[in-house]
Design a protein around this ligand. Structure first.
Ligand SMILES: C[S@@+](CC[C@H](N)C(=O)[O-])C[C@H]1O[C@@H](n2cnc3c(N)ncnc32)[C@H](O)[C@@H]1O
Length: 281
């Protein structure tokens, strides 16, 4: 059984892999926190496993599990170079089928924004991380909703679409909540980083335009449900593309990265104190 995901479509695996330089992402966001040696790594919401494969290229000895709610999407990456090096596991991030403390490093990239019970998923990620291990949460803030100018016409389609997607669990402001989620899950030594993610000032370039076209087309069934008719969805998608094509407009979102450590076990009061020296003078 597939875990519900609003971008469900056979083209989604290819879309996800095409829109990121996975090696560069691993160098930028994971390499510094990856422990030395041959770490046990879990990618939660891995899609076809393109990021996990880049982890394998960066650390050929690492044992890497790519975990996702859709078996077909997971399998789609298995034929590519390095695809066979991963263990692929299908299931729901809110109930990870791994023992406590299994992994040295657990990360999730662009999944939490789609998950209704984000707190549960992050608690599970912390649970399966070994004490002293690292959790990395990477997600967006402002995707779909930050545009200038936000014309009444654009707002009239975005408001109902965002409200309807909210009912599926999607939250375009997930990024800013990652710090709170990490704290609630008991992670410590938190660091927070914010980077531009989408940034389209003036007319979008042809490659990005094609990516947005595909993304909106994959989201078309959800947009149709939100707006009530295929015609209304067509108009909304065209309005978004016109905005992106317009020399005078700007669209942006940011990516938050929150990194935290799973606490080492407390010694429960049996803290070893330094010896007290008695002086008799
Ligand atoms: C936007 S994609 C991100 C894929 C990949 N991490 C990347 O950065 O390109 C989100 C992925 O999360 C998966 N997903 C969504 N909800 C999930 C859940 N509750 N449990 C497991 N996977 C889930 C989807 O199937 C999808 O492949």
């Amino acid at each position: 059984m597939n875990v519900p995901y609003l971008m469900e479509d056979s083209r989604e695996a290819g879309r996800l892999a095409a829109k990121v330089d996975a090696d560069a992402w691993v160098r930028e966001y994971l390499a510094q926190v990856m422990p030395p040696g041959t770490p046990h790594v879990l990618d939660v919401g891995a899609g076809p496993g393109h990021i996990a494969q880049a982890v394998h290229r960066a650390r050929p000895g690492a044992r890497i599990v790519a975990f996702d709610g859709n078996p077909d999407r997971l399998a789609a990456g298995s034929a590519g170079p390095g695809g066979a090096a991963l263990v692929r596991h299908c299931g729901d991030a809110r109930h990870l089928p791994f023992d406590d403390g299994t992994f040295d490093i657990v990360y999730s990239r662009l999944m939490l924004q789609y998950v209704a019970e984000r707190d549960r998923a992050v608690a599970e990620m912390a649970r399966v991380t070994r004490p002293g291990g690292t959790v990395v949460l990477f997600d967006l803030d402002g995707q779909l909703v930050w545009h200038d100018p936000l014309t009444p016409e654009l707002r009239a389609v975005l408001d109902p679409v965002v409200a309807a997607l909210g009912a599926t669990g999607f939250d375009p402001h997930t990024g800013r909540g990652l710090y709170r989620l990490a704290r609630t899950a008991g992670l410590t030594d938190l660091t927070v980083r914010v980077d531009p993610y989408h940034l389209i000032a003036g007319a979008v370039n042809p490659v990005e335009r094609e990516q947005w076209h595909l993304k909106l087309d994959i989201a078309r069934p959800a947009i149709t449900r939100a707006l009530g008719s295929p015609g209304a969805a067509d108009t909304a998608i065209q309005l978004c593309l016109d905005h992106l094509d317009n020399e005078e407009t700007l669209t942006y979102s940011v990516a938050f990265t929150v990194t935290g450590r799973k606490q080492l076990p407390q010694t429960g009061g049996s803290v070893v104190s330094p010896p007290r020296h008695q002086h008799s003078e």
